[in-house]
Write a new protein. Sequence first.
Length: 394
Amino acid sequence: MRGIQDALAELRRQAEQIRDNTVRPSSRAAYVNSYCRFVSWVHPNHPNFIPVAFADRVGVTEGLSEAQIRRRIKPLLTRKHDDPPLTFGNLDPEVFETWLLTLRKADGSMLSYSAFNTHRAGLFNIYRDYVQQMGPAMEKELKQFFKGLKLQLATVQACGEGQVKVGKDPLSFELCEFLSSHLLELPGSDAIFARVYLVISWDLMCRSANAFGVRHSHIEWGGDSLRVYFAHMKNDQGGDRPRDPRHVYANPLQPSVCPILALAIYWATSTFDVGNRLFPGSDQYDRFRKSLHRLLEDERVSVELKRRGVNPNDLGTHSMRKGAATYCTSGSTACRSSTAVYLRAGWSLGGVQNTYLRYEAAVDMHVGRTVAGLPTNSHEFAILPPHFVEQDDW
């Protein structure tokens, strides 16, 4: 009997893990942090919305800071259906809206609309985690509030307050080439890693999760290009779309931005892990983020950024993806097909276009050569990768 109960418990655990797959771990962590902050604010300010049993476990919080209350509450957010942290049935949307208006950036300025939207997603997620249904009246009220909030933020920006730009700037091809060349001159494995990721993420136009998810089994050589397959994408969570390769081309005319050379140097100086990953390690995204931050603070790079009128704070890990797509669609008067760029970048075309505008290798090859930096108005656009004669005797 004991064995049957253990087996059922294991099956329930597996079922819960499958349900959790609907939200990426990074997104779930952001949502949990968000609603933990919300519950920690509600506890001292609106205790009538906190169940008595949950409040008893939190204990006396008088005199504690909000951060200290959060440290108490976070371990208690067990997601058990019979242990809710809020009285979901009578939660007033005005409480959540008031809490949103208390949030500020580190410099005291107001959050961006996308940041507010993340907190709204966190509220929906706490309902989902505790198997609760948000009422239509509350959904309608939140929708109305966020519509007004968006208009208010736009008005504030028009008056010269806050940031007009949202997110990071695209990285230009010329600056990408400069950074890649500078990384070649720097010593150490971190510089080699940062350079190969910089160049590969530019050429693939991919999200960080896709780049760091690439395994050697997802890469093959075909014809005159390297072909990279993505097993999972943000806009294809269920894996329903065809597995179409991204074509990556060598650029022997500008070795500093050649992705094939960057990979060759990386493979020649790195070890392979048992997981077969191209970028092995537990948190390679954070490693690159820190490497990019150090690179942008480098004295020579700082001088170049100042000469170009670029603020280093406006560049980030997303700049390569933005820059590559911008370069392909707007970098000349004879640009590549926007449909091909959308498909390579993993963006939805929207509506019926997703059904009728499909991937074709020829146009992805065209995009691949363009994003590799090959000259679009020259016969050298079709240049082959370097070929070496095998020499057995040296």
